[in-house]
Design a protein around this ligand. Structure first.
Ligand code: PBG
Length: 327
């Protein structure tokens, strides 16, 4: 027989051979770990739809920080859950708000850890929307003013990076101008540039107590339609022009094509957010013994890198760091 074909299996013959030709890797440096901070004392409350993830009060946070530091995770992204919510989300821009206190506390003990502040109003508003509501609509330009105040207050508290997730138009331009005017021209903006109106955020809204309660029943007038691809490039373009330093694509797994599009069309660092629903699905199946959690998680995160992500925000960050340290 004189067949002509390629022998791809030559490069798969052993683990040594495979590791030599491997194209993509997860590194600890890629990981960003989300944390939920609540008012009160002695609270470490597991989030029922996110097994292994907790809401922490400030006094319980330091123990968790020790673990994060030991695992050499380089960055955390913080979400604050205030006691008091109102129509204008005023605790978001209170210099003594829960997030500001958490930032100060973490930076005081761990100056080298990068602290990223999520800049949004939905955890702070009584209606649960990411901006102000007027006549049952989430209004854009007035909301920007509150978001700028929030970002500046977070920067004043010591945040290393501002990560606005609210999806109002012009939020990067407004926050950049606000930061610059207040002497924070060196604080980068990690923009949730491409954020879809996704059902995969369900468990997060339990964790952050941020589901829409009054006004529109969903976020579809400001977050993107999952059916759209070109719109992602328009969102990306606007945020680049407005001065974003990093671009986030969110969620991760159903949007790997979008991460690839963004990667191919810009030269900023690209971040993907492996969101709460993606975490919950893996955890649920793993608890049932239906899947191999470690292999599934590493395969999923590797696929995000392969799609073009430079960094990954993930609730699995501690597990992944542990696994990488073991190997
Ligand atoms: C705030 C925000 C959300 C997430 C991150 N920032 C929720 C939302 O937009 O409803 C979701 C994160 C996750 O699901 O893990 N706007």
């Amino acid at each position: 027989m004189n067949l002509q074909f390629n022998r791809h299996r030559r490069l798969r013959s052993s683990e040594t051979m495979r590791s030599m030709v491997r194209e993509n890797f997860i590194r600890k440096e890629d990981l960003i770990y989300p944390l939920f901070i609540v008012e009160g004392e002695n609270i470490k409350k597991e989030i029922s739809s996110m097994p292994g993830q907790y809401q922490f009060s400030l006094d319980m946070l330091e123990i968790e920080m020790q673990t994060i530091i030991q695992l050499k995770i380089p960055a955390v992204i913080l979400f604050g859950i205030p006691d008091h919510k109102d129509a204008l989300g005023s605790e978001a821009y209170n210099d003594n708000g829960i997030l500001q206190k958490a930032i100060r506390q973490i930076k005081a003990s761990h100056p080298d850890l990068l602290v990223i502040a999520d800049t949004c109003l939905c955890e702070y508003t009584d209606h649960g929307h990411c901006g102000m509501i007027e006549h049952d609509c989430v209004i854009n330009d007035e909301s920007l003013e509150l978001l700028v105040k929030t970002a500046v207050s977070q920067a004043k508290a010591g945040a290393d990076i501002i990560a606005p997730s609210n999806m109002m138009d012009g939020f990067v331009a407004a926050i950049r101008a606000g930061l610059d005017e207040n002497g924070f021209e060196n604080i980068p903006i990690m923009s949730y540039a491409v954020k879809y109106a996704s059902a995969f955020y369900g468990p997060f809204r339990d964790a952050a107590d941020s589901a829409p309660r009054t006004g529109p029943s969903d976020r579809k007038t400001y977050q993107m339609d999952p059916a759209n691809r070109l719109e992602a490039l328009r969102e990306m373009q606007s945020d680049i022009e407005e001065g974003a330093d990093f671009l986030i694509v969110k969620p991760a797994l159903s949007y790997l094509d979008i991460t690839r599009d963004v990667r191919n069309n810009c030269n900023l660092p690209v971040v993907t957010y492996n969101v709460s629903g993606e975490y919950a699905m893996v955890k649920a199946a793993a608890q049932k013994g239906w899947i191999d959690e470690k292999r599934i998680v590493m395969e999923q995160l590797t696929s995000m890198k392969r799609a073009g992500a430079d960094m990954i925000i993930t609730y699995f960050a501690k597990d992944v760091a542990k696994w990488l340290n073991e190997d």
